[in-house]
Design a protein around this ligand. Sequence first.
Ligand code: SF4
Length: 193
Amino acid sequence: MFSGDELIPRLKDLFRAMDAAYSGAAARVGFSCTGCDGARCCTVDLTVSTLLEMKFLRLGFDTLESDAKGKILRRSRFMVKAKEEDPTGDAYRNSVCVLNFDGSCGLYLYRPMICRLSGIPHVIRRPDGRTLTGDGCETYRKETEPAHPDLRLDRTDLYREMAVIETEAVRYVGARTVPLTVAEILFQHDQST
Ligand code: SF4
């Protein structure tokens, strides 16, 4: 039976490629996240759309000590409840990611794709010919962009490979996964174990 484990090595390869592309671009323009508290990037209950990223996050969670798991699960329960009660309310919208502790990601090696790529402006060339662009973070815009207005990290091949791997997972499972937030993924994982 397909568990998702079969495709994790390919996801890890892809994440390595993403990290290399990101750090290469950052080095070219002298951009660094060092010293940033992550308050902007991680002030969100991030939505994850792929089955494999969810699986990888759960694998990472299972490696934690019970104290860390307990803290994350308490936060996740709060977050899921706050979202259920009022997804547009302050209690939910103003919460930081359940994995962010003092500005650091508690599952850094297992974090989803978007956490690996945000910060630097990007471009995506879609199969239909359209080109999408996105801005860098506030720090990048203030401190780096003025001297390097043209840098854009091309995410096209990275997204394409993610789509290929995920399509394979969906083919095995027989259905697309429902997008879930980080808090929901970990909350549901706890309920199912
Ligand atoms: S998973 Fe980690 S990097 Fe991503 S938003 Fe949460 S704390 Fe930040």
